[in-house]
Design a protein around this ligand. Structure first.
Ligand code: ADP
Ligand code: MG
Length: 211
């Protein structure tokens, strides 16, 4: 399942994802005419998992730059033996705190919700909280507070705090009763990152790891 398909599942579950378009060939100006700048261009295709490592993510584009960026990206990927099946062009979310939210299947305990500081540094930071699914609302409130980086969410050095209620709602949507974790037949699941800001949360990357 590609990123845009995982995001469609999220959108249907009520999680905010960026507005975007999916194109099989190179995106034309008409394809992106309805999107607000700045834009993000991402390639998808078999074997493209860590997109930024592969040079398959470009941020900060204007509508007029997307077509050229896509043909450049397609050529660069082909040079490394990767075929882009198509592109997702989406609106760039405002900056905020990048979080990871995921569901993993623990061999002993079963489905576990994981939440922590995310983005491309998630593995270096290893700052996560875990709870068994289904989580309660009290769990959802406790998880962000339990992070070493909790101060980043509360507001830090003049930066405003993020919408913690929106983070809690997202955690319940993923790991709470009736949440996305119940669809584990689809595999393990990771939103990385969801960008948390004062105005709410936006899931800008999502993927399923087949069961
Ligand atoms: P990867 O497959 O490398 O994890 P991502 O889709 O997560 O690719 O993109 C890499 C980084 O680019 C993200 O961690 C985030 O910082 C940024 N990013 C991606 N999409 C968006 C977006 N729509 N809005 C804002 N930032 C984005
Ligand atoms: Mg990512």
């Amino acid at each position: 399942m590609f990123e845009y398909q995982a995001k469609e599942l999220l959108r249907r579950a009520g999680v905010t994802v960026p507005r975007g378009v999916v194109v099989a060939g190179d995106p034309t100006p008409a394809d992106v005419a309805g999107l607000d700048e700045p834009l993000v261009l991402k390639a998808f295709g078999a074997g493209l998992v860590h997109k930024s490592d592969a040079g398959a993510v470009e941020l900060g584009l204007r509508r007029s730059q997307v077509a050229e960026a896509a043909s450049r990206m397609r050529a660069a990927l082909a040079g490394r033996g990767v075929t882009a099946a198509g592109f997702l062009v989406e609106e760039q979310a405002a900056a905020g705190v990048e979080l990871i939210v995921g569901v993993v299947r623990d061999p002993a305990f079963g489905p576990v919700l994981l939440a922590g500081l995310g983005g491309v540094w998630a593995e270096a930071l290893r700052d996560t909280a875990v709870r068994l699914c289904p989580i309660s609302e009290a769990d959802a409130r406790a998880m962000p507070a339990a992070l070493r980086g909790a101060a980043l969410l509360r507001g830090y050095r003049g930066r405003p705090g993020v919408d913690v209620d929106a983070v809690v709602k997202l955690l319940m949507t993923v790991g709470g009763p009736g949440g996305l974790w119940e669809r584990l037949e689809l595999g393990e699941f990771e939103i990385n990152p969801v960008i948390a800001a004062p105005s709410g949360v936006v899931a800008v990357d999502a993927r399923y790891l087949p069961a």
